[in-house]
Structures are given as C-alpha cells and as structure tokens.
Design a protein around this ligand. Structure first.
Ligand code: ACO
Length: 325
C-alpha cells in the first residue's frame, strides 16, 4: 500500500547572542548557581535583544531550515508557528514570519499549546500533508519567554530562555509501514482541569495586561513525568514498537530531573535522551526543534533512525511524535 507521509527535509534553529549565566541571575535575585544546576540542570540561557521579536527568532530559524532543505520561500504552502509569546495579540506572528520570509502566497497561522506547541503543530501539519491538501509545510516553535517572566520570582525566572527551531515537511509516498522515512505517528492530548497549575496571569480578555508566568512547580513536575511516560508508551503501542526500537528520545527541555525520571520510568538509557537544557534552559515550544536541530547537525541523529519527540506544557497539554529520519 502506498500512503502519503510527511518527510523531514530541512531543519534549523536560532538562539539569541546574549548568554545569561546563573551567576548573572544570582546578582539580582536570591539564588545560586549550585541551586539552579542541582534542581534543574540549567547553567545558562539565551535572552533576546530588546529589538528582537518572536517573529525575528522564528524567521531566522526558518531561513536556516530552508537552506538545509535546499528550498526557497516560494516552495512553502503552509506555516504553523507554535508560540505563547506572540509579537502582538493579533495578527498572528506566523503572518509576520510569512512576510519577513517574502512569501506572498500560502497560509500561515499560530498554534498555542505552550511547551507542547511544536508537537501539536507537527501533528496539524502532518494531517494537512496526509490528507493531500498541501505538499510542503514549515513548522516553527519560537518563544521570547524572557518577556513574560517575573524577574523577582526566583521560582520561575531561572527556568526559561528564548530561541526558535524549525522543520520543513514535504509530502512523500511511503509503503505505510514503520520502515518509511518521515512522521510515522502523532499523539496529542490536553486536560484543562490543570489550567491553574501553569499559566500566565494576564491576557486581553481577563486583565488587559500581558501578565507573568505562575507555576506550581512541584505539581507540574509530577504530572510532567506521568504524562511523558504515558504518551511514550501509547505511541509505541499504537505502532507495535517497544522502547528498545527507539534510537533517540528528544524530550521537552523543562528540567533535567524530569528527563532523568522519564528515562528511569521508561527503562531507557539516559544517553538516549538528548539534552540542551544546560545551555538554553526551557525555551517552551522551541525546545524540541532546537534540540532536534542540534542533534542532527552534530551527527548524533542519522538518516533512517527512529526518534521520539515528546513534550508537556501548560493546559495541561502533552504529546509525542514518532519520526524515522
Ligand atoms: N533559588 C534558590 N532557592 C529557590 C529557588 C531558586 N531559584 N526557587 C525556589 N527556591 C526555594 C523555594 O523557595 C523553596 O524554599 P523553602 O523550602 O524555604 O520554601 C525550596 O527552594 C524548594 O522549592 P521547590 O519548589 O519545592 O523546589 P523543587 O525541587 O520542586 O524545584 C522547580 C523547583 C525547579 C521549579 C521544579 O519544581 C520544577 O522543575 N518543576 C517543573 C517545572 C516545569 O516542568 N515546567 C514546565 C512547564 S513550562 C511551560 O509549559 C511553559
């Protein structure tokens, strides 16, 4: 049987130049490098320049992805931008990226699922491709979380950073089995009962302010490991695979301890979990594509390997994508 698959043909990322170390943070708030490293694994994060908007980070990552795919903006029919830190309330940041890339055709829109946003966006783009509606899609995760941090709240401001990552998907016919290259399966969930555990305390319809991140860290931590383990097993079962079949897992980079706990519960060696949290902290929707890009560019992930991407974020939202590169 021949079926349409979304093949990953390009990848790219962008990190702002400014590196903010834990030591720098400790000059302004009551924290230490030792506390942050021990509790989170984070050593430093990137902070966007005042003139850099989420659309700029996203456009820079998208341009890298186009170069790596050997395509131009004229080839792209769909842009989905996962972000919780849009340039403006409207129009969508995706339409700004569309214009910044010089695209005058196609369709662009934002998708909001906080840290799971990139996984959700991949799922939506994959369905556009599998239904035959489009042939080429640009999927981006981009965030400037530094703009929604309460820099006096040490329990949240040490955790996040800014950045963007992007992939280009192209329709390709496959045999329909798990040896195909491309997105093999997507699995996404949400449960709004947990709205209050991780949220921004502002917004146009509630307070008419932008607001700051508020989080019940311990409870988020507990649900993160539960959901990340559950969704990994679910997607493997749907595809008649086991953990041993995976070459790599690219987890959302929220906390090194969450990643270690997930690896332990999944009984997978920790060196199969790719991490960038030490250098970039939690970049929300951008963390998975940034980490994916880095591991492909440094040669760890190779063509033909089986990779599980997974994330969990505010909402709660969570999900996984199974890819054979
Ligand atoms: N420096 C020093 N001490 C601190 C800091 C800090 N930066 N932050 C908190 N503390 C203190 C607390 O005040 C508390 O002190 P107390 O015992 O005197 O009250 C103590 O450290 C322990 O605090 P906990 O919150 O219990 O620490 P915990 O070990 O749970 O670590 C953390 C906190 C890192 C936030 C952890 O709970 C976590 O990672 N949670 C999940 C976060 C996450 O996954 N977010 C992802 C979603 S992101 C998204 O969707 C946008």
């Amino acid at each position: 049987m021949s079926i349409l698959r979304s093949r990953i043909v390009g990848i790219g990322s962008y990190l702002p130049d400014h590196i903010m170390t834990n030591e720098e943070l400790a000059k302004n708030i009551n924290t230490t490098d030792a506390w942050i490293v021990e509790r989170t694994g984070i050593r430093e994060r990137r902070i966007a320049a005042p003139s850099e908007l989420t659309s700029d980070l996203a456009t820079a990552a998208a341009k890298q992805a186009l170069i790596s795919a050997k395509l131009t903006e004229k080839d792209i029919e769909l842009i989905i931008l996962a972000t919780s830190t849009p340039d403006n309330t409207f129009p969508s940041t995706a339409t700004r990226v569309q214009a910044k890339l010089g695209m005058t055709k196609g369709v662009a829109f934002d998708l909001q699922a906080v840290c799971s946003g990139f996984i959700f966006a991949l799922s939506v783009a994959d369905n556009f491709i599998k239904s035959g509606q489009i042939k080429t899609a640009l999927v981006i995760g981009a965030e400037s979380f530094s703009r929604i941090l309460d820099w006096n709240d040490r329990s949240t401001c040490v955790l996040f950073g800014d950045g963007a990552g992007a992939v280009i998907l192209k329709a390709e016919y496959g045999s329909g089995n798990i040896q195909d290259n491309g997105i093999l399966s997507t699995n996404i969930h949400s449960d709004g009962r947990y709205y209050n555990l991780l949220r921004v305390d502002g917004g146009p319809s509630s307070t008419q302010t932008v607001g700051y991140i508020r989080m019940e860290g311990r409870r988020v931590f507990r649900y993160a490991t539960i959901n990340l383990v559950k969704v990994a097993y679910e997607i493997l079962k749907i595809n008649n695979l086991t953990i041993a079949d995976l070459d790599w897992i690219i987890p959302h980079q929220a906390n090194k301890r969450i990643i270690e706990e997930t690896a332990r519960k999944l009984r997978i060696p920790l060196d199969k979990m790719i991490m960038t949290i030490d250098r970039y902290a939690n970049t929300s929707a951008a963390s998975v594509p940034i980490t994916f890009t880095e591991a492909i560019n440094d040669g760890r992930i190779k063509i033909g390997q089986l990779i599980l991407l997974e994330a969990m974020g505010g909402g709660f939202t969570w999900g996984a994508t199974l890819i054979r590169l």
